[in-house]
Design a protein around this ligand. Sequence first.
Ligand code: ADP
Length: 493
Amino acid sequence: MHATSDAAYNLMIRVLAVASEVYPLIKTGGLADVTGALPPALAACGVAVTTLLPGYPPVMDALTDATLVRRFADLFGGPARVMSSKHAGLDLLVLDAPHLFGRDGNPYLAPDGREWPDNGLRFAGLGAAAAALAVGSSSEPAYDILHAHDWQAALAVAYLKFHDGTRPATVLTIHNLAFQGRYKTSLFTRLGLPKAALSIEGMEFHGDINFLKAGLVYADYLTTVSPTYAREITSPVDGMGLDGVLRQRSTALSGILNGIDEQVWNPETDALIPAPFDRVRLSRRRINKTALQERFGLQADPHRLLLGVVSRMTTQKGLDLLIPRLDELAQAGVQVVILGAGDHALEHGFIQAAARWPDAIGCQIGYNEPLAHLVQAGSDALLVPSRFEPCGLTQMYALRYGTIPVVARVGGLADTVIDANEAALSAGVATGLQFAPVSSDRFWTAMQRLLALWPQRKVWERMQRNAMAADVSWRRPAQHYSALYQSLLTSRR
Ligand code: ADP
């Protein structure tokens, strides 16, 4: 927390954030970036966030000067304690429950790649501990707001809903509706929730129980990570079976765009690229482009349009639209570099294309953070053809690096990129290209538009400068969250 006087501290809204991942302690996806970046941005808005996360081994190892805050004699099968600590500027509460979280590797998956069979209990433990901490005790003050992130934290909201006595206001943020925490009803009896929660108005879901649904029905307010995704998830097409619940709650649901970490993703200071650059020294990008072409063994030609992809390889990301077009792109003189991992069929498709077109197509399977920076800094355009995208980060990095994003018009991609249509081009405000619906034909039409823009150097550079000027910081999102907390507290008075 920033240095603040005691008087000012007392005026701050106190938030208990609850999440299963927090950067830089433990990360498997964008959720960790949000829970790591939002607290410092909120501090500047008068909001003091303390974040509760599970004590996985790497989290426990990173703790220094931790103090004991709470003990649970039996938290779903074993003793647990909550430790308070600071790390990387974050105020943390760590749930040290070895029987639930003392396992190496991925937070959710066993070494065989499958979910841990007791994930329901593990994250019920997180929720129950969060609720107990949120209401305070004789020695710790209660929080004003409990902010739960995704299904792993959603039961905190349910426990608070059925808590006797005063409780904080509750917010649940949906980072990806595809992940819901769905379990057999036999688990319900172990959760310690009243029977009323096992109903269609509660967490019952097609004969199972659904942790995310519990959060959706019981939270005072729901957010998701972009305005467009907030609308999309209320429709049957994108609602993942929960659209009916979300429609019922539509007056308490809104989208707040994520920001990006502007320290890590800053083309002016990026130590992971050979030639840092900015809006006035755009020509230095050429050095990065050459380095990227060489890194992938492609022909080092500054005039060839170079497209980049940095992505998980899953159906969500729509990369199956790109693979059948790689030959045509290469024939048209375009180069493509792909960095990603996931679905083996997709990986295979890219590897084969790279073998067919060694001077035009490059593919690196795996997760490589430094290479992701070079792809952003050296590509001319970045492809993000996602079928759905709650917010998306890579298109925002692309904007910051003057890499023209070509995106499907869905979710946060729709909200962050200004399409280079006639009107936007003549007004000089375009930052990228969008296509809709997500189909092979529309994707290809967008490619044709991109190829037509590439030789128009002035128009292209204007788009690059617009892109680099777009506000992708956490400042505005933090103001929105702060205003939301404030309005929830005001409406309770
Ligand atoms: P999602 O969380 O659905 O995967 P986002 O666009 O929100 O998609 O975030 C993806 C993050 O993971 C970005 O920071 C992106 O740079 C990074 N990333 C994805 N794949 C790779 C990879 N193979 N190597 C390095 N970084 C990657």
